[in-house]
Write a protein that binds this ligand. Sequence first.
Ligand SMILES: Cc1cc2nc3c(=O)[nH]c(=O)nc-3n(C[C@H](O)[C@H](O)[C@H](O)COP(=O)(O)O)c2cc1C
Length: 446
Amino acid sequence: MTRRLLLGAFLFHPGGSHVSGWRHESAEPHRHVDIDYYAEFAATAERGVFDTIFLADGLYFWDRFPSGVDHYGQTRLEPLTLLSALAARTQHIGLAATISTSYNEPYHVARALASLDHISGGRAAWNLVTSRYDEEARNFGGDGHLDHALRYERGAEFVDLVQQLWDSWADDAIIADRESGLFADADKLQVADHRGAHFAVRGPLNISRPPQGYPVLFQAGGSEAGQELAAATADAVFARALPIAEAQRFAAGLRERVVAHGREADELAILPQLRPVVARSAAEAHDLASGILASTPAAIIVEDVAHSIGQTLSDDPDAVIVLAPDTDISNESRSPNRRLARLQAGERLTARDLYAQSFWESVTVGSASQIADEVQERFESHAADGFVVQALTQPSGFREFVDLVVPELQHRGLTRTAYEEGTLRERLGLARPAGRVRVGAASSSH
Ligand SMILES: Cc1cc2nc3c(=O)[nH]c(=O)nc-3n(C[C@H](O)[C@H](O)[C@H](O)COP(=O)(O)O)c2cc1C
């Protein structure tokens, strides 16, 4: 089969993936809890024949720093509720919900995703995260976030259990035969009876098997433990934007892990972030990107950098940072921390310098053909199997990507021009998992 570039449309903040995207002249910040706003986003993604939309999510409101309340545009709709509504207003696109394994229960998640899969005709997907912040723990009876290793251990048991629950019923278990009065075939029912380190769940699930067998599983952890979980279980993994050589190494390493888990190397699609800023000319795109960066309030610059390096900073974004010797932020994320590494290497940098460096490193700026070149090179050199497109501003940044870059990708034969029939899983070329029902397993109790 020819390899096709996969595209996901990612909504990080409702106003765009840049924290001040909501301030852009095209933005509509008063519509962040308006279903029509999201339906328009999904329609734009379907117009660009994207594989899925993704809604980023966290179980907290980011108020650790004053700028979180003052300047972030964080209020949003809950993803599963929103995607259920979007299922009725879209036809083809995958619907991926970010759901945490640290602050949920497998039975609820299995049931909700199975429902979304039925409602959408086989288009549900799960972006599995283990969550990052103490703020999330505090909303679920804890003080601090679960330990990093423990939450990945819990995540692995969680996903296995959810899949067992999806296998509660064989595909043909529901008979609903009026004549005989037989509704379900007990021989095609499997009770999970799971007792593990983190969960005890009997099952079975009270919904028939999802159309896709298992809704498609995405994962995003970049740490060793995160990569292991993805290699063992996921259909696709999101990755941070990296320089191409590093992205190739990261992808090759992940594919080795996939093989070590007894899977084919290409069973896991690797989808790095793509944060495009596109305009008719490279100079115009550069101006656009500079304007977005310049719209970031100083308080966000200081507090974002303070948070990412784990120490308090002065209010002045132009003060040279003196690194404190004893900070430890490793329980939030163990993905490589470039800002900290630069300071540790002795570079004399201000918060504004560090913020701007990460901004320019994370974005892909240019004309449509320049962005398409970058995408093509990364795809053909196996640094990526596709991308999650995180436009910095909504709706304009994403609309421009679809209007300018997508036709260029289609013209080059990298992406399709129309949807094929079928479920999301089928369109992604993924096998439908056979159920794990042991025939006769439940009949002994009758
Ligand atoms: C493209 C991308 C999108 C992500 N989206 C989310 C998200 O919506 N919610 C979340 O809690 N974490 C999100 N993450 C973070 C990871 O899931 C993970 O929590 C983080 O990388 C820390 O885990 P690690 O220590 O394994 O890196 C995202 C990461 C990437 C690269």
